[in-house]
Design a binder for this molecule. Structure first.
Ligand code: IMP
Length: 174
């Protein structure tokens, strides 16, 4: 397995973060907003996104795992789901690294709705539309990417490469 070409540069990411925050701000104004970052993949995106807001914004995290290597295990494990008290009556924005089949965000959105959220939207750094299996509304997307395995800026391959500043293709993966 080798690191391949850069798909999204550090500069492109910084510009896209500013753009989606403007879109989110146009839609939500100064109204209620709770960012729920999906760990571990959204760690970099969540940190940059929340700091780009021109106003105070609340955040929390949720942990979801379904991948081993480049393969989805099919079963989604969700840890540290927020409490109903944290979610009830709130406008929630799920912050994800990548929407691939859509399974993760569709399960998380259902769980957050069931906790009593007033609204649930999704903001993702990357989107792989060609792989979609679940019908999910992705309100805010930074970049569409082709059907290749990508790493960096929070995205990993078995725990590696999360710390890259840019998003790269990973080649020769089994
Ligand atoms: P989904 O449930 O199929 O939409 O997959 C979402 C999760 O799979 C993401 O949050 C990532 O953790 C992981 N994932 C999907 N594609 C990639 C990739 O190309 N690189 C790294 N992780 C990925």
């Amino acid at each position: 397995m080798t690191l391949g070409k850069v798909l999204v540069s550090e500069r492109d990411i910084a510009q896209a973060v500013e753009r989606v925050v403007e879109e989110i701000t146009q839609d939500y104004g100064d109204g209620d907003l709770l960012l729920v970052g999906v760990m571990d993949g959204a760690v970099c995106f969540l940190a940059d996104l929340m700091r780009a807001f021109p106003r105070s914004v609340e955040m929390t995290t949720i942990r979801a795992t379904s991948y081993e290597g480049t393969e989805s295990l099919g079963e989604l494990t969700v840890n540290n789901l927020p409490t109903p008290e944290q979610i009830r009556g709130r406008h929630v924005l799920i912050v994800e690294d990548i929407v691939d089949t859509g399974a993760t965000v569709s399960v998380l959105a259902q769980k957050i709705e069931a906790l009593g959220a007033t609204s649930v939207n999704v903001c993702a750094l990357l989107n792989k539309p060609s792989r979609r299996e679940h019908d999910v509304e992705t309100a805010y997307i930074c970049f569409d990417v082709p059907d290749v395995f990508v790493v960096g800026y929070g995205l990993d391959y078995n725990g590696e490469f999360r710390n890259l500043r840019e998003v790269r293709e990973l080649s020769n993966v089994e």
